[in-house]
Ligand binder design. Sequence first.
Ligand SMILES: *Cc1c(COP(=O)(O)O)cnc(C)c1O
Length: 427
Amino acid sequence: MSERKTIYLCLAHMSEEGWEQKYVKEAFDTNWVVPMGPNVNAFEQSLADFVNHNDNANDNLDRKVVCLSAGTAAVHLALIACGVKAGDEVLVQSYTFCASSHPITYLGAKPVFVGSEKDTWNMDPVLLEKAILDRKAKTGKYPKAIVPVALYGMPYQIDKIMAIAEKYGIPVIEDAAEGMGSRFNGQVLGTFGKYGVLSFNGNKMITTSGGGALICRTPEDANEIMWYATQARDAYPYYQHTAIGYNYRMSNVCAGIGRGQMKVLDAHIAHHKHVQALYEELLKDVPGVHIHKQPADPRYDANFWLCAATLDPEVRIQGQENAYKEVIKTAVGGAAGVIHQVDSATTDCQPNENVEALRVFMLGKKIEARPTWKPMHKQPVYAGAPVYTNGIEEELFKVGFCLPAGPYVSDDDVRYIVESIKEAIER
Ligand SMILES: *Cc1c(COP(=O)(O)O)cnc(C)c1O
């Protein structure tokens, strides 16, 4: 076992045929090394074809897709297009990665966090309506947008969320960054709301090295997004601006990677589902460990971007007595960029000691297991932000962890991962 390679959570995986390099080369050969061009157009068309196809319907949707430099940029521009301005409130799922909520603060607006329900781990429609009514009572205004998140690819209760959103006339921005290709009732996530966010970061379902896209309802909406993404210019011979724009368009080089990745997207989704099924099978008889399954309701069709599980508090893990004893020197997962050093090993809201011990044990086995996203309303940077919760996401954060699920994870890897979990449990 000494020669085992580390099994990462989810790694970029290029097509066997090398389509990505072919399209990137084409960008160079034709000198389209700019943030527009044939690859961008073709990638957008291919994405639109993908998201518009409904498994359960004869008539396709007609959504437009605008490629951008990041999923975070897509969230940002969707908020702007929904008219979010300084001082406005936006309802956002608390149990998520920071890219769902940070763009709200970029605009000087205020995130209002909504807790999760336990079936999908996503935005609880009951809490959503409660929050809408309470914000109206407290501020005299309805929030400007609703941002549900497909956590680890799991579809949110979009039928209920859309019904509430329509009842109060509030636009929905679906954060489907992790849920690319997940479906609800045959329809692709990101096509229910006014806007849908996709991400092509290095660890998502497909990658452009870094990038994102916004799914739009109409050609007019897509035009508006493209205008904001290219510095909001008016038609004069010189630069004339009537609004603040952004430099958020996708590079034609990156779009070449995306074009190639579209050829393997279906295979990636099938593989993620296969890995999830294998975890479900192999973890069935491991007491105290519960894989996060999708609801039995056949309308749910998750991509299982990451496989998540929970560990019962009473399960003892080898090395648990040492959990959180040392200050960590690098970001979990070795994330790129600069990480601020910290001087404490613990915070007031963190995974249980057995979950931390399991992470460390698995790392010793060359397996990356990671805590679930820490709820945003528990982040120091959002201290004081309003939150409507039943405490479910906080509870899940204490017991939850993510397991490797990408295209590189083989059946043998899954067996090894499950065996390692069993070995970690003290008996
Ligand atoms: C990855 C991600 C995004 C977008 O991130 P980018 O890295 O900017 O592409 C947005 N929301 C969630 C929940 C994500 O996981």
